[in-house]
Design a protein around this ligand. Sequence first.
Ligand code: IVH
Length: 716
Amino acid sequence: MTDQNQTIAVEKLSQAEAEVELARLAEEIQTHDARYHGEDDPLISDADYDALRRRNLEIEQRFPDLVREDSPSKNVGFVALDKFEKVTHAIAMLSLDNAFTDDDVTEFANRVRRFLKLAPDAPLELTAEPKIDGLSLSLRYEQGRLVTAATRGDGATGENVTVNARTISDIPHVLSGKDHPEIIEIRGEVYMTHAAFAELNRQMENEGKPTYVNPRNTAAGSLRQLDSAITAKRPLKFFAYAWGEMSALPANTQMGMVAKMEEWGFKTNPLMKSYENVAALVAHYHAIEEERASLGYDIDGVVYKINDLALQERLGFVSRAPRWAIAHKFPAEKAWTILNGIDIQVGRTGSLTPVARLEPVTVGGVVVTNATLHNEDYVRGIGNDGQEIRDGKDLRIGDHVMIQRAGDVIPQILDVDIAKRLPGSKPFPFPDRCPACGSHAVRDINLKTGKTDVVRRCTGGLVCPAQAIERLKHFVSRLALDIDGFGDKQAEAFYQDGMIADAADIFTLRERDARSLTKLKNRDGWGETSASNLFDAIDERRNVDLYRLIFGLGIRHVGEQTAKDLARAYGTAENFYDSMMRIGDENGEGLEELVAIDGIGETVASSLREFFGEERNHDVLSRLLKEVSPKPVEVASSDSPVAGKTIVFTGSLEQMTRDEAKAMAERLGARVSGSVSAKTDLVVAGPGAGSKLKKAQELGVETTDEDGWFKLIGRT
Ligand code: IVH
């Protein structure tokens, strides 16, 4: 299994490569599931995990014959779909006519009265409720059980998103109460709160990924995920407000129906009220408008509906919209202002994010001074998805720009007035150096898709102050240096206090502390013993395994396995260092040498080149190597009986831990895998071994127990 396989585009994988890749993904996802669910200590971000699952699915879709018994798509309780089925709505999902002014609302009420032949001053009861800015969903219940959830689609036919809808906690799987009509179709809006949206974007930013543009699109994208595990991780919500097919109507008013929905276990909007005249309706509209910014979710107007269902029935529909309802839209929260500048912020993982500095302007009662620009392409007028935005108009300093604000979501730039553009203005030169540390900032080419990454990243991993804390945490983490008593908390505190700026500083801490006037032992939370224990723990790790040091550097795409492959190939830290200094060579020799290594593909090679192409990273590594002497890699014996074999350990091992077993096998030149396939040479099964052992037997793979293993390797 080479690293290249990880990055070959799915459509380019051969059958054989796909088989190997599926085995690798099954193993890797299994490991992450165990960490996530079992130990609540994930090794990778949710987004990276999602990417693994997605790749697994895509390969399975291309090679359905290769779907494994232990495929992650089968075993986590989430069903994955290859595309959504179509659903024909029993009753069409309609849209609403719009009113923009108070007069439009009066006119609507008059129209209704005329149609019903009511006197102009006859009382007419109407409901008023927020118009949620999400996407509508129709939920069909039979005998009180959810059977289908369908998107609106074109109103007549939507998509079957039942599996995904079931992951939304506001949507009951079984209705509460009793005596429900046999068939109930509830309609309402799926939406995402501002808080959940902001949190999701914070995560994306932390991971150096492109951020989402607004809660509505994110909610829509989340509901339409083919992998429901992704939907499940997005905090979507649902308000019920209407219905489709009903085998019996349990109430005769709109308010009564909504009360029933609540009884059945749905969330309905607390701001829904009913009124007898237009003046009161409009007053409620203005009250909701006042509250709009503090609701915590996006609304774009107020919907009025005739309360009496018998009157609704008589009024019926005109083309695609009911005659008995109207949406009173809020004026758009938009304004024109001037783009005074574009700042570049560096995220904790080195992503460069542009932010618009605006001439302050009041929008919807709030003064706006900046707007999000997402990434370089967005500034150029191309969205995250490659689509043109603002008609492909780029943003230039001094431009007149139209901004939109909705709730407490960060404002966006919607348009540019090209007619007012200053003569001589130039497209914004997006920096190719990190503003925080001056290192090169680059956009990777994603070898899976062949596309350039939307995010530009700083390559000064070891020196960039914007990335320093996260790097330090990674460096001391369990799979890297694993220094006893030195975790995230200490990394953060030592960095903030100026005691440690980079990885190399950790190893000079004792010496510097001895000379310092503010000694560690005198600091809050520390004492003589704890400080000296920490220094000892640091010293103990001066001769870590080489791969831990390589992994600890936090080079993009260099995970634990790749670090092991590199360590094995170079043997000693000196060798590794010398070779890395050469990979940027003009003649490309260093690079050739790299891709020739088993396990190293182009993605890793180019990532290493970027990292070591940055001189200041050399500096930190060379200072680090003055302090530590990583253990040279024991050369795996090629004459051991398991050299070159692929081995799976399963069941509970009694004489050694899983980690020991793995290390032992690797020392003997074997490769250890987490899942059984036709390529497995040996399965070592302890008590309690289940599906893996069974699979091995089915495939005719050799199996043994722990004693057999020790005998095989001559350690009895
Ligand atoms: S009632 C037959 N009530 O607005 C009328 N719609 O522009 C059914 N919407 O497709 C719709 N909040 O997605 C209704 N409180 C609300 C709503 C609402 C949002 C959406 C719905 C509809 C669209 C029409």
